[in-house]
Design a protein around this ligand. Structure first.
Ligand SMILES: C[S@@+](CC[C@H](N)C(=O)[O-])C[C@H]1O[C@@H](n2cnc3c(N)ncnc32)[C@H](O)[C@@H]1O
Length: 278
């Protein structure tokens, strides 16, 4: 995280509850390096993702120099996939924010992004997502790799996901705030107690993915924040589409994979990795 304490204090609203989710999003961006990101509901998390994109750009710059022999760092080099290190990376984060909820830190996000030099990654749309969102998504140059939904109640979340799905990349991530709500529920013995319950959109999503017959797979993780009654936790949906994800074609290994195998064989593992499957 490259925000100063002052910027962090300006962007992070305690009531929005994204202090931990922001770190998860930051790590996800650094790990999966999405090209097209989408956020509905701006604030601290916008800056977490922009910061991650800027870190990736710096990391890529150094990695490319390592791969090209301009920087001597054999330990790092031993980890890198040369093609990835040498591929230009031009990510973009499209953010929808209609300023319907106040007070909000959303209005400071653009200013802070500009001050940090991160605005080149930012496509800030000051509109209700449902007004023009589908047309804007259709015009993007790439399908959405990571979508972070932090704008609605569970009913709106259903609408967000239904509207979004046609624009998601085949291998992509949808993350949603508050997969559980802590509310009064009736227990089996007829008494009432306050308990966390899974919100309807999550139940619906999990149910609807049991009958995929095209080889695609969807993984779900609910990460709770056990100390909060609201604005807590994260639902992570990982969509892996297509049989090719599950059944790689081993006999068409390209030179890069073979080079990686050679590299691995040179490590002193004692294993013959010539049959390594990717
Ligand atoms: C929970 S806050 C976002 C918090 C932010 N992610 C953070 O880390 O601080 C939700 C925001 O979504 C905006 N919003 C609500 N419904 C929206 C919609 N349909 N389209 C665009 N923005 C919306 C609200 O104005 C509000 O600023």
């Amino acid at each position: 995280m490259n925000l100063t304490d002052h910027e962090r204090a300006q962007a992070l609203r305690t009531g929005m509850g994204t202090e931990n989710v922001g770190s998860v999003l930051e790590a996800l961006v650094k790990m999966t390096r999405p090209t097209q990101l989408l956020e509905i509901g701006a604030g601290y998390t916008t800056l977490c993702m922009l910061s991650a994109l800027s870190d990736v750009a710096a990391e890529l710059h150094r990695d490319a120099q390592i791969v090209q022999g301009q920087i001597d760092d054999p330990e790092r080099q031993s980890l890198l996939i040369p093609r990835v290190a040498l591929t230009p990376y031009h990510p973009s984060l499209t953010v929808f924010e209609d300023f319907s909820v106040q007070p909000s830190a959303a209005d400071r996000v653009v200013d802070i992004a500009q001050a940090k030099g991160w605005d080149a990654y930012l496509n800030f749309v000051s509109e209700n997502f449902f007004d023009d969102g589908p047309r804007i998504l259709a015009d993007l140059t790439a399908a959405v790799d990571v979508a972070w939904l932090d704008a609605g109640d569970p009913i709106e979340d259903i609408r967000f996901v239904n509207t979004l799905l046609p624009y998601m990349a085949s291998d992509s991530w949808i993350l949603m705030h508050e997969p559980t709500l802590t509310i009064p529920v009736q227990l089996a013995d007829g008494t009432t107690a306050v308990r966390p319950v899974t919100v309807p959109v999550v139940r619906q999503l999990i149910r609807s993915t049991y009958d995929q017959d095209d080889g695609s797979r969807i993984e779900f993780v609910v990460m709770p924040e056990v100390h909060k009654v609201r604005q807590g936790g994260l639902l992570v949906i990982h969509k892996l589409s297509g049989p090719e994800v599950l059944q790689p074609v081993f006999d068409s290994m390209d030179s890069e994979v073979k080079a990686l195998q050679r590299l691995l064989r040179t490590q002193d593992t004692g294993d013959d990795l010539s049959t390594l499957k990717f």
